[in-house]
Design a protein around this ligand. Structure first.
Ligand code: NAD
Ligand code: TYD
Length: 353
């Protein structure tokens, strides 16, 4: 029996990872530790919440004493660490929150793991989930490899970079068994509608303006979230200790193309007149320090673990739009209350609403 602690399991990517592990590994007990911030939602896990090998723990990684008690009680064998403040725009407004959760929270978890895994470290694993944004920004050419120097440029990416460094430092200094993966932009069901794709789908549904930062020419590499969960599963079970794996979709897209494609698919699925939603596009004030382009060289994970993305861009976007259209109660629930305040703060001036 293996006790696996997954942090941030009530969030977007975490919920897909929890679901996958609960279903595929009945011999594991999966503990989902989550503080249920604005981004965490137990509705994301309704389909597995009664599984016999699933437990939810409401706790905050900023609180070491609680983590200490939980490690003593449940004797976790491994950690998959996803809990984080994850949105760049929020990090521009409140960088300190990112230091507390992403840096101190990670160090708290590392300290707890170190304390309880003194014996037989080889039977344990601390798997840290990170982002390609730690590598900084690219011009029109080139790709991030595992050797690319860190060059974070937002408070979000600086806090994730810092946490990555701490994880590796604990590996080197204390012999903690660690592995890190750095992934590009994810999309899919259950993503909170502050990120580009679900925000645009939500606004299309409600015929609201679609805010595109700057010129819309910035490029992101997009990966369907279930492909990321699959990569996490492989790295968790077969990744080499002490290594870093880059994960990406081999799918670079300009923001404006993403938004236009979403307009086309959603109009088609809603039976609206073609072009109706594109008319809602507004070019708005750019994000401060907006990274230009991200692209990932995935040859290492492909070569070592045989992983590649399974979901094509068109297929993934269609699945995603369909999910949001069929789950408008979910959208409604997460956009009630504090979301309105957030949206007004971030977009009212930009859109002159
Ligand atoms: P998310 O914001 O959807 O979810 C984060 C989860 O962490 C939420 O459930 C939230 O309640 C929880 N959380 C936040 N602060 C906490 C705290 N102090 N204690 C306990 N729980 C806390 O994020 P996501 O998009 O699912 O990202 C998950 C991880 O993957 C993050 O570490 C992120 O940096 C990384 N990542 C995300 C992407 C992406 O495109 N979304 C890409 C690469 C890497
Ligand atoms: P986002 O989903 O916030 O992810 P990240 O900043 O981590 O890449 O944004 C994706 C891209 O879309 C990024 O270049 C910023 C841009 N963007 C907009 O143009 N408008 C928006 O309203 C949002 C949220 C993002």
């Amino acid at each position: 029996m293996k006790n696996i602690l997954i942090t941030g399991g009530a969030g977007f990517i975490g919920s897909h990872v929890v679901r996958r592990f609960v279903r595929r590994y009945p011999e594991y007990t999966v503990y989902n530790l989550d503080a249920l911030t604005y981004a965490g939602n137990l509705m994301n896990l309704r389909d597995v919440e009664n599984a016999p090998n699933y437990r939810f723990i409401k706790a905050d990684i900023r609180d070491f004493d609680t983590l200490d008690r939980l490690f003593a009680k449940h004797r976790f064998d491994a950690v998959i660490h996803l809990a984080a403040e994850s949105h760049v725009d929020r990090s521009i407004e409140n960088p300190t929150a990112f230091v507390h959760t992403n840096v101190l929270g990670t160090v708290n978890l590392l300290n707890a793991a170190r304390k309880y895994w003194k014996d037989e470290p080889e039977n344990h694993l601390f798997y840290h989930i990170s982002t390609d944004e730690v590598y900084g920004t690219l011009g029109d050419q080139g790709m991030f490899t595992e050797q690319t120097c860190y060059d974070p440029r937002s408070a979000y990416s600086a806090s994730k970079a810092s946490s990555d460094h701490f994880v590796r430092a604990y590996g080197h200094t204390y012999g903690l068994p660690v592995v890190v993966s750095n992934c590009s932009n994810n999309y899919g069901p259950y993503q909170f509608p502050e990120k580009l794709i679900p925000l645009v789908i939500h606004n299309i549904i409600h015929r609201k303006p679609l805010p595109v930062y700057g010129t819309g020419q910035n490029v992101r590499d997009w990966l369907f979230v279930e492909d990321h969960a699959n990569a996490i599963d492989l790295i968790f079970h077969q990744g080499r200790r002490g290594e870093t794996y880059n994960i990406g979709g081999n799918n670079e897209q300009r923001n404006i193309d993403v938004v236009e494609k979403l307009c086309e698919i959603t109009d088609e699925m809603l039976g609206r007149t073609p072009g109706e939603s594109k008319a809602l596009i507004r070019f708005v004030t750019d994000r401060a320090g907006h990274d230009w382009r991200y692209a990932i060289d995935t040859s290492k994970i492909q070569r070592e673990l045989g992983w590649q993305p399974q979901t094509g861009w068109d297929e993934g976007l269609r699945k995603t739009v369909k999910w949001y259209l069929e789950n408008q109660d979910w959208l409604q629930q997460v956009t009630s209350g504090a979301y309105r305040e957030y949206y007004d703060k971030m977009y009212k001036k930009r859109l002159n609403e």
